[in-house]
Design a protein around this ligand. Structure first.
Ligand SMILES: NC(=O)c1ccc[n+]([C@@H]2O[C@H](COP(=O)([O-])OP(=O)(O)OC[C@H]3O[C@@H](n4cnc5c(N)ncnc54)[C@H](O)[C@@H]3O)[C@@H](O)[C@H]2O)c1
Length: 256
């Protein structure tokens, strides 16, 4: 009998790492639902990725009703994997040139999308995964992958909010894995270094070269496909749990 494709939710799937992950999973035979705030591009992008095995839901990860609605709409699906890629990375120093303090809202917005938004999707998808039949002899019901960043370990100048949001994701990886162990759900994070997503590739070549010069080996930006490959490996390797894996060519970020 033909087996149904595995089903994944990828947040932030309209761009960059989320887009590459969606594309990679689809090429591996998966069905993917993209949760992204970008309504304008979402439908077109999902159709281009695959007319039948990729779908799109307009979701703001920070909004409880928005995520609840989208997860409820998928009640008939057996969600095997969640990859949380939605995020923002604005840089702002604590004090500007005039010595004025950063607005608290600017800090809170980044924490809200990157940390609270990822948790919001994870908690609701975990409740759905917990109802799945176990898929292997280990009793696995689902896998959750959050996208942290090397900035969660060594944030640069202007990255107080971003670094705190990513350190938060690194910090919750183990307790989330512990909370969900009894439900057969594994939780891991990937901490990418500098990846060649549209955001970075739009920067002038000399800026890109400057960023890549701190990478030890290979001396280049990471490929979004390398992130996607690691996400699929984490899904397939049942013994990886409660861990954050750096994907950075041995990069250690300097202050700026
Ligand atoms: N690109 C890098 O070098 C790099 C390095 C380390 C970590 N990361 C992390 O990887 C993730 C993806 O980064 P990227 O470079 O692919 O970024 P990107 O800007 O290309 O894509 C982010 C996606 O998230 C979506 N999004 C933003 N806010 C949202 C919200 N509230 N609800 C739903 N969707 C929302 C955007 O519409 C976009 O499609 C981010 O969390 C980022 O912090 C990226």
């Amino acid at each position: 009998m033909k087996q149904a494709p595995l089903f994944a939710i990828v947040t932030g799937g309209c761009s960059g790492l989320g887009h590459a992950t969606s594309s990679f999973l689809i090429a591996a035979g998966w069905e993917v639902c993209i949760f992204d705030i970008n309504q304008e591009q979402g439908k077109q992008i999902s159709f281009t990725l695959h007319p039948t095995r990729c779908s799109f839901k307009q979701v703001d990860v920070t909004n409880v009703e928005s995520v609840e609605q989208a997860v409820n709409d998928l009640a008939d699906e057996r969600i095997s994997l969640l990859v949380n890629c939605a995020g923002i990375a604005p840089a702002k120093r604590m004090l500007n040139r005039q010595g004025e303090a950063i607005a608290l809202d600017d800090f809170a917005k980044v924490i809200n999308i990157n940390l609270i938004g990822s948790f919001n999707v994870a908690r609701l998808v975990a409740a759905s995964m917990a109802k799945n039949e176990a898929s292997n002899e280990d009793g696995q019901r689902g896998v959750i992958i959050n996208t942290a960043s090397v900035a969660g370990y060594e944030g640069q100048i202007g990255q107080t909010a971003y670094a705190a949001s990513k350190a938060g994701l690194i910090g919750l990886t183990l307790p989330m894995a512990r909370d969900l162990a009894a439900s057969g759900i594994r939780v891991n994070s990937i901490a990418p270094g500098i990846m060649g997503t549209p955001m970075l590739l739009a920067m002038p070549e000399n800026v890109q070269e400057g960023l890549a010069s701190n990478v030890q080996h290979p001396k280049r930006l990471g490929l979004p496909e390398e992130f996607a490959k690691l996400a699929l490996h984490i899904f397939e390797n049942s013994y990886i749990n409660g861990e954050t894996i750096r994907l950075d060519g041995a990069l250690r970020m300097p202050p700026k």
